[in-house]
Design a protein around this ligand. Structure first.
Ligand code: AMP
Length: 188
């Protein structure tokens, strides 16, 4: 059984590669972005709060995000039975530390962090293209640039965090979906 984090900047291909990995390894998928967008469409209280951050390209506060992740893991028996792929979490050092404890408390651990590495110019190009179709409130140029800045400052340091833990797998995120998927499978 595998527990994986798919890691990378916005537009690095986390969602696309997650779909492949779920199929190959029969994993349960948790995407915190998708979960929050579900709340926004359902117009829940959490959705309203989340939208006030997401539409500005900012991160939802750590305490709230950690509670949401803990609840999601506990509500879904498949996480323990089949293993999980976390997509969009953790995004900060406090989230990574909380995740470690959360997994330990449940007798689980993260086996690998698959880091999709893509140059910034390519990320911007991909996100602008996606914005033409996605209808996401955060896929416009201003918010894209903000999200990339937030990624560099708050999320990128996790690469070092997981390298020190010895579980970071650097993956060249340029190429076709199949080529990238092949690299990921080899690294696992
Ligand atoms: P994503 O679909 O992963 O790109 O997430 C979209 C947006 O949801 C992000 O830009 C954040 O505003 C919010 N979000 C998703 N996951 C997290 C997280 N782990 N911590 C804080 N904010 C998050």
């Amino acid at each position: 059984m595998l527990n994986i984090i798919i890691f990378g900047a916005p537009g690095s291909g986390k969602g696309t590669q997650s779909e492949r990995l779920i199929e190959r390894y029969n994993l349960h998928h948790i995407s915190t972005g998708e979960l929050l967008r579900g709340h926004i469409s359902a117009k829940t209280e959490l959705g309203q709060l989340a939208d006030s951050y997401i539409s500005k390209g900012q991160l939802i506060p750590d305490g709230l995000m950690i509670d949401i992740l803990g609840d999601t893991i506990d509500r879904e028996p498949a996480v323990k039975e089949r293993g999980v792929i976390l997509d969009g979490f953790p995004r900060t050092i406090p989230q990574a530390e909380a995740l470690k404890k959360l997994m330990e408390d449940r007798g689980m651990k993260i086996d690998a962090v698959v880091g999709l590495e893509v140059p910034e110019e390519e990320l911007i190009e991909r996100l602008i293209k996606r914005g033409e179709q996605s209808g996401r409130s955060d896929d416009n140029l201003e918010t894209i640039l903000k999200r990339l800045e937030v990624y560099q400052k708050q999320t990128y340091p996790l690469r070092d965090f997981y390298e020190k833990e010895g579980i970071y797998k650097a993956i060249d995120g340029l190429g076709t979906v199949d080529e990238i998927f092949d690299r990921i499978c080899k690294s696992l």
